[in-house]
Design a protein around this ligand. Structure first.
Ligand SMILES: [Zn+2]
Length: 499
């Protein structure tokens, strides 16, 4: 009798469990089925009618001027920037006749294209004139500053980053001017001259000048995203990542002074040992992660476009977030999206093999997630290192920089941008994301809350490596596509509100 009762209740429990599993599965599947795409529907735009070969030659000429931001300021060559200014004026005469141009901080340029309606807030399109140096010239297929066009491809440093963007933008504006187009809103083109070393002179001065004139912008677009092919296995479509924020950065030095002395009578730990413990502690205790803000926005836009298997997980983040965080932990590119990263970059200690090191220094570079601040990172280091003898110096080598604000993804500016992207890159999935490096865009954060980062070029995994790398190049066809994007953006984004 008793065992029969036990059997019945066991059966009930099993049935209950089974029902719960079935119910849970149904909920998971239903949510995966029902997530709605956030992609805007658009009609593909006609490509801009510009001469691809001529645009490529223009870009090649611009690449041929080595406007380098050198590591050592003493190596700066203002002449290259003066030649760049003259070259742009010569290659885009219509634009230079119609727009006002002013030099800012000697080498940056600010163009003003007056809009029909001065009561509307202007927009600003940013790019940069400078490039990083090209190491090991001999490894390049064509020399980095020769400005070679071969088989419809422009080769050289800056072809993508960011001279391709300048030529595409100016070609688009020139084509629109030929149609008699005048933007509704005033449009600024802001070309910084020191983006690759922080933009603290160029873009910062342009932003300060606009601010001193009382300008408040509707939105800003700078580099920082792109159209990526082969982004994820199982996803054939291109993904257009649009930066809605960028990380901050701070380098913190850990300094330790020790008694020194002869190595024959050592203490249990030398300065090197103690600093090593601190390094191990910092690497073992990363700054806490979080799926908030930018990561949420990224996943919300991405999830509906993924194959069903991925969607079951990503559409049920209420259940799977802890698992997802583990997955992100293990992949450096994803981990950098969810937390402030820790990179021990310099370790400096010791003078002679038989002398105890009298001091030591470790420098750790943190890239700060929008949910942290310089001070939270400093406090984290102090807590984790937990050694009173180690002194912290915050902001060594370069001034600390907080992360940018996070721009909205539900406003008219982002929607217009997404519309323009999809009309020129049909089928591309537009996804907001967090830019892990730095761009000039952050300097314009005081003029608008709508700061976006996107370069209208399609880059696959291989061409991503070309940025700042060897054999940087851009096809003329991509240049024309980029120009088509800017033309769409000037037509729609510089229009009246809601247009
Ligand atoms: Zn750049």
């Amino acid at each position: 009798m008793a065992s029969a009762v036990r059997g019945t209740s066991l059966k009930r429990i099993l049935l209950g469990l089974l029902a719960a599993v079935v119910l849970l599965s149904l909920v998971l599947l239903a949510r995966a089925w029902s997530v709605e795409s956030r992609q805007v529907d658009v009609i593909p735009a006609d490509p801009l009618a510009i001469d691809a070969a001529s645009a490529a030659r223009t870009l090649a000429g611009l690449v041929g001027i080595p406007s380098i931001s050198p590591q050592d300021p003493a190596d700066f060559d203002g002449g290259a920037f003066a030649r760049t200014h003259a070259y742009l004026a010569a290659r885009f005469p219509e634009l230079h006749a119609e727009l006002d141009r002013e030099r800012v901080a000697d080498w940056s340029l600010l163009y003003t294209w007056r809009g029909r309606d001065p009561s509307l807030r202007p927009i600003l399109l940013a790019a940069h004139l400078d490039v990083v140096p090209a190491a090991n010239d001999e490894d390049w297929t064509h020399p980095p500053f020769a400005g070679v066009v071969r088989d419809g491809v422009v080769w050289g440093r800056g072809a993508i980053d960011d001279k391709g963007s300048i030529v595409a933008l100016f070609a688009a504006a020139t084509a629109l001017l030929a149609e008699g187009f005048q933007p509704e809103r005033t449009v600024y083109f802001a070309l910084g001259h020191d983006e690759e070393i922080g933009g603290d002179e160029g873009a910062a001065a342009i932003a300060a000048r606009l601010s001193s004139r009382g300008v408040s912008l509707d939105w800003v677009l700078d580099e920082g995203g792109a159209v990526a092919g082969g982004f994820l296995p199982g996803l054939e479509r291109d993904v257009a990542v649009v930066g809605i924020a960028e990380k901050g950065s701070v380098s913190i030095a850990l300094d330790l002074e020790a008694p020194g002395g002869h190595s024959s009578v050592p203490p249990p730990h030398t300065a090197i040992g103690d600093l090593s413990s601190a390094v191990v502690a910092l690497e073992g205790n990363p700054v806490p992660a979080g799926f908030d803000g930018t990561t949420d926005a990224f996943l919300d836009h991405f999830t509906p476009e993924l194959p069903f298997g991925f969607r079951v997980v990503l559409a049920n983040r209420w259940l799977f977030d802890p698992v997802l965080e583990r997955v992100f932990d293990g992949i450096p590119q994803l981990d950098a999206m969810q937390r402030t990263t820790t990179a021990v970059t310099i370790f400096d200690a010791g003078v002679k093999e038989n002398i105890l090191p009298p001091n030591g220094r470790v420098i750790v570079n943190f890239r700060i997630h929008p949910h942290d601040r310089v001070e939270t990172v400093r406090d984290h280091v102090r807590r984790v290192v937990a050694n009173e003898r180690i002194r912290l110096q915050v902001g060594v080598r370069s001034p600390p920089r907080n992360p940018s604000a996070v721009s909205p993804v539900d406003g008219a500016a982002f929607t217009t941008l997404a519309r323009c992207i999809r009309s020129v890159f049909p089928g591309a999935v537009v996804v907001p994301y967090l830019v892990l490096g730095g761009t000039d865009a952050r300097h314009y954060g005081g003029l608008t809350q709508n700061v976006y980062r996107f370069l209208p070029f399609r880059l696959d995994a291989d061409s991503m490596r070309l940025l700042h790398g060897t054999d940087e190049r851009l096809a003329a066809a991509d240049l024309v596509r980029g120009a088509s994007f800017y033309a769409e953006l000037l037509r729609r984004g510089a229009g009246a509100p809601g247009s």
